[in-house]
Ligand binder design. Structure first.
Ligand SMILES: O=C1O[C@H](COP(=O)(O)O)[C@@H](O)[C@H](O)[C@H]1O
Length: 258
């Protein structure tokens, strides 16, 4: 499935705070709607500055209890392969801004394995374990071997990376596995775990987040029709919706007609 073929929506908010607050309201509604429609909801979290700002805005929202936290499955799009509780882990940061204060069912919080657990020193085995967990949640009839996530969040890096899929990196070429170990990432730490493009594209909705002037080049490049290997953010899409959520600074290099 080509990202451009599904169409994209672009929403531009005034600044990063407005982006975080508006997206928090949108996310709460998306999750509450999914729970109303099919009992539970599933969301894939992202790390990074915009992802953490969004979770902090959810934590601060007066509407946060519209979500039935006990019926929400949380997954991660990528993780830094570091020891449990390392401050640089996406999971640790998500706990600090939101998860530790939300009445989640621990069995529904699907954390990517740390580097000091049973998969110490073996990111490939850790990736395989997470893929097995995803496949179990998807059920035996799923061709994609991942659940049909209600919403999958992706921060866009200044180099156009999403999850831990970096430009021209081998993980971007993966067509079979749903989770891979990433080695030699250009952004520290070099060893990571990431969902692959097929896993990301199985989501019902994919939301890309970018705020700040340092993201303007990446946003312009990805939305200008760059190749998928050159601009991973250009390669992702949701089955029913692909939403780019920007602030004015990140959108500042888009052509006026976008
Ligand atoms: O390392 C990562 O970076 C990206 C983007 O982070 P940002 O701070 O530039 O917004 C993030 O989406 C990804 O989950 C994370 O592991």
């Amino acid at each position: 499935m080509n990202a451009a073929a599904t169409g994209r929506e672009i929403l531009i908010h005034r600044d990063k705070d407005e982006l975080a607050q508006a997206t928090a309201a949108r996310l709460i509604t998306r999750i509450a709607d999914a729970q109303a429609a099919h009992g539970t909801a599933s969301a894939v979290l992202t790390g990074g500055r915009n992802g953490n700002a969004l979770l902090a805005a959810v934590a601060a929202s007066g509407d946060r209890d519209r979500i039935d936290w006990s019926r929400l499955d949380l997954w991660w799009g990528d993780e830094r392969f570091l020891p449990e509780n390392d401050p640089e882990r996406n999971h640790t940061q998500a706990r600090e801004v939101l998860l530790d204060t939300a009445p989640l069912d621990p069995a529904r919080v699907h954390v990517m394995p740390p580097s000091d657990g049973p998969y110490a020193g073996d990111p490939e085995a850790a990736a395989e374990a997470y893929a097995t967990e995803l496949a179990a949640a998807a059920g035996p009839d799923s061709a994609e071997r991942v659940p049909a996530f209600d919403v999958l969040l992706l921060g866009v890096g200044p180099d156009t990376h999403v999850a831990s899929l970096f430009p021209e990196h081998p993980a971007l070429r993966e067509t079979e596995r749903t989770v891979v170990g990433v080695h030699g990432a250009p952004k520290p730490p070099p060893t990571r775990l990431s969902l692959t493009l097929p896993a990301i594209r199985a989501a019902r909705e994919v939301w890309l987040l970018a705020a700040g002037e340092d993201k303007a080049g990446a946003v312009a490049c990805a939305l200008a029709g760059s190749g998928e290997l050159q601009a991973p953010a250009a390669a992702v899409c949701g089955r029913s919706r692909t939403l780019w959520l920007l602030d004015e600074a990140a959108a500042s290099r888009l052509p006026a007609t976008t």
